[in-house]
Design a protein around this ligand. Structure first.
Ligand code: ATP
Length: 307
């Protein structure tokens, strides 16, 4: 018998009142994969993560975490999580919180805590142990939350927008850590709006929209699936491009417009007939372009804000 997957979700449906947050979602993640969950704000990513942690009662469906129910898996210390609104007790120091969590993990009968020195180095919180929790910067706080998530050396790590408060350097260090964990056989599932991170780090990208999986594959497959090209140039802000032949998504960054197109020839012919295209560039679709093209209701957006 092959080992049970790290995560198996079948027909997961979660409702908040009349609103459906997750809609009959299926997802199987084998052990050892690093998987990015992408999608706009409200797509259902956090709700899915919360269901995997046993924090809510689904209306329908089944979630198995390493062949256990979510609550049993969490109780057994098999899952570590960094949540969007993860809190830290105020008026304590980082080292105290870490000590408390390590002790309570040991008491709960966890399989073994991560050796302290390695944990501190891995999470990059060296030098923060004496710091009051209330005096941490956003990025430092996220690193402390990572350390707490790793205390039990969990085989499955769930990270909800883990780098949202980190600067470029901290993000790079964070993903180096994650690669190291994946190399040690941990399964890492993370939700992010940084598509460049997903492209660089994930073995697999799962795009969620409207509570459903709308694309699932390697970043390269998703980019190839978009099949198109990106045409960018300088344009008068506010000009509309939705109706240009081939165009599936429009993104602005200052006065530069980026068009995802399934037919670059037709797009360029129409645009050139309308006048010049200063600073023209044509290239293969980025992951961001590919994801945007999967979200047809959001044709006009701002680069970096698929939210
Ligand atoms: N506690 C709640 N009560 C009511 N509705 C909720 C609650 N939590 C989430 N929702 C709704 O469920 C839907 C899915 O939200 P969810 O937070 O899972 O999306 P997300 O993909 O994580 O978005 P984001 O990228 O903004 O974090 C949204 O429409 C959201 O407003």
């Amino acid at each position: 018998m092959p080992p049970a997957p790290a995560l198996e979700i079948r027909g997961l449906t979660v409702r908040y009142g009349d609103a459906v947050a997750v809609d009959d979602l299926d997802l199987t993640i084998p052990r050892g994969q690093t998987v990015a969950l992408l999608g706009p704000n409200g797509a259902g990513k956090s709700t899915t993560v919360n269901a995997v942690l046993g924090l809510l009662n689904p209306a329908a469906g089944d979630v198995r975490v390493l062949d256990r129910s979510p609550r049993d898996a969490v109780r057994a210390g098999s899952v570590g999580a960094m949540l969007q609104h993860g809190g830290l007790p105020s008026e304590t120091r980082v080292g105290e919180v870490l000590h408390l969590v390590r002790r309570s993990f040991g008491r709960a009968g966890g399989d073994g805590t991560w050796p302290l020195a390695d944990l501190v180095a891995t999470a990059g919180i060296d030098g923060l142990l004496d710091r009051p929790v209330d005096a941490l910067s956003g990025g430092q706080r996220q690193r402390v939350l990572l350390a707490l998530a790793l205390v039990g050396a969990p085989p499955l790590l769930l990270l909800d927008e883990p780098t949202s408060a980190m600067d470029v350097e901290a993000r790079r260090a964070f993903w180096t850590t994650m690669r190291g964990l994946a190399g040690r056989g941990h399964t890492v599932v993370f939700a992010t709006h940084h598509l460049d991170e997903a492209d660089a780090v994930a073995d697999r990208v799962v795009v969620v929209a409207g509570g459903r999986v709308v694309a699932d594959g390697t970043a390269a497959e998703i980019k190839a699936g978009a099949g198109g090209r990106t045409v960018s140039f300088t344009a008068a802000p506010g000009r509309r491009f939705d109706d240009v032949p081939g165009v599936t998504a429009v993104a602005w960054q200052g006065s530069t417009v980026r068009l995802a197109t399934t037919d670059a020839d037709a797009t360029l012919r129409t645009l050139l007939a309308d006048g010049g295209l200063p600073d023209l560039e044509v290239r293969g679709a980025s992951l961001e372009d590919a994801v945007l093209s999967l979200l047809p209701a959001r044709r006009q957006t701002t680069i970096g804000a698929i939210r």
